[in-house]
Design a protein around this ligand. Structure first.
Ligand SMILES: Nc1nc2c(ncn2[C@@H]2O[C@H](COP(=O)(O)OP(=O)(O)OP(=O)(O)O)[C@@H](O)[C@H]2O)c(=O)[nH]1
Ligand SMILES: [Mg+2]
Length: 318
């Protein structure tokens, strides 16, 4: 319903994060009337950040729809970088974050490692202080038995989302209606706006993305994954050597299967190593910029169309 009052001057953001297929774009469409593409299969749908501004009562709010960190098409480092760069620019523009919606499928039977990693990154991006601006929104209630859903909801609030709730995040059931989406937005808009942890780290503390808590979290997840893949490759090699030294009649077939498995693990390991390389590059690039301020400032003065910003703000951009 249009408001009788003109919107307040200060624009605010509400950012939607969550796993691939958890209903982020659907929620954004319901809340804003946008027409963001929604997914219909196992593949990730939203490839890049998209936004829609709406007037909610007498306030202007921009809803930010993001790709999931478990995007099937893009490395996590790229997704983190895109979200972090976006948040950094908004903080520099003095746009406040009114809230963050974290979508979670209540229909999921179990918490996968991927969901956990997704949540950890989200948690590190926000930090403890911003938890009071967080809405943990459970989706897919219509695809789930209500009793089972309610039992899961209780488990989630006392286990998986416990630390977020202890830091004043709130949980909501979203029934996939516009009314439900708007109620959640209104509730978020009623809270005190602020900044996310990653914004303070990138802008005020001049950290590179890998040096932020979210970047450190991603780095340790990649280290862990690299270790697991290497252990698996060693195990396959040990088994291969054992088979070669034995007189098993069916050994050719087994060796072939092992080779297929080795290739799959090797491929996963290569992806992890390439992500780690990206993080290393981001860190090195930022360190170089911070160490050579005078050179960069004199070599690249701000263009006429771009408003002058303090040198350190220009320098800590990737
Ligand atoms: N039943 C039900 N289906 C939903 C709900 N929310 C989303 N869906 C469906 O779930 C699928 C994925 O929804 P999206 O909104 O594309 O999910 P997303 O989080 O944006 O996914 P990515 O862009 O891939 O990260 C679509 O088929 C939606 O129609 C919900 O609350 N209930
Ligand atoms: Mg989407």
């Amino acid at each position: 319903m249009p408001s009788d009052h003109p919107p307040t001057a200060e624009p605010k953001l509400i950012i939607i994060m969550g796993a691939t297929g958890s209903g982020k774009s659907t929620f954004a469409n319901l809340a804003t009337g946008a027409d963001f593409r929604v997914g219909h299969g196992l593949q990730s749908c939203t490839e890049t950040i998209q936004q829609e501004t709406l007037q909610l009562d007498n306030e202007v709010v921009t809803i930010i729809d993001t790709p999931g960190f478990d995007d099937t098409e893009r490395p996590q480092a790229d997704v983190l970088r895109e979200i972090a760069d976006f948040l950094k620019a908004e903080y520099e523009n003095k746009t406040k974050v009114a809230g963050v919606v974290f979508t979670y499928r209540i229909s999921d039977h179990r918490m996968s490692g991927v969901s956990l990693e997704n949540y950890r990154l989200f948690r590190k991006i926000c930090g403890d202080m911003a938890m009071e601006n967080v809405a943990v929104v459970t989706t897919m209630w219509t695809s789930s038995n209500q009793t089972v859903g309610m039992r899961r909801e209780k488990e989630l609030s006392t286990n998986f989302f416990k630390d977020a709730i202890e830091n004043n995040a709130r949980m909501y059931r979203h029934d996939n209606t516009q009314e439900s989406a708007k109620t959640i937005l209104r509730d978020l808009m009623g809270r005190k706006s602020g900044a996310l942890r990653v914004q303070v780290e990138l802008v005020d503390q001049h950290k590179s993305i890998p040096e932020t808590e979210a970047g450190t979290q991603l780095q340790s997840a990649l280290d862990e994954e690299e270790k697991r893949h290497n252990e698996k490759l060693e195990e396959i090699e040990r088994e291969r050597q054992r088979l070669l030294s034995e007189r098993e009649s069916s050994k050719e077939k087994i060796l072939q299967e092992m080779e297929t498995e080795r290739r799959v693990v090797q491929d996963r390991l290569s992806k992890v190593l390439s992500e780690k390389e990206k993080l290393r590059f981001m860190r090195a690039n930022n360190a170089e910029k911070i160490q050579t301020p005078q050179v960069v400032v004199s070599a690249a003065p701000a263009s006429e169309s771009e408003p002058e910003r303090p040198w350190w703000r220009r320098l800590c951009c990737f």
